[in-house]
Design a protein around this ligand. Structure first.
Ligand SMILES: [Zn+2]
Ligand SMILES: [Zn+2]
Length: 81
């Protein structure tokens, strides 16, 4: 058991970001993090007038549901005569 734990520890945070030095336990975590440096945000808010973009879909969805973030926008969407 102890051995397994030690092995785990050694593998912990073995993926290091070259940009900021942050370490990650999994390569996909590092890749996702690396996107924050490249500026690639594939998920864009679908609310008209809002151009917020996100690295992952769950963050985007959560933002879209947030009415607070779109408080001022809802007025600009409907054009009054
Ligand atoms: Zn980084
Ligand atoms: Zn938005």
């Amino acid at each position: 058991m102890l051995e397994a734990n030690q092995r785990r520890r050694r593998h912990e945070a073995s993926h290091k970001c070259d940009e900021c030095g942050q370490t990650f336990t999994a390569i996909f975590s590092l890749r996702r993090h690396a996107q924050s440096h490249t500026g690639v945000r594939p998920f864009v808010c679908s609310i008209p007038g809002c151009r917020q973009a996100f690295f992952n879909q769950s963050d985007c969805r959560r933002h879209e549901k947030s009415t607070k973030r779109h408080k001022g926008l809802s007025h600009t969407v409907s054009v009054s005569p």
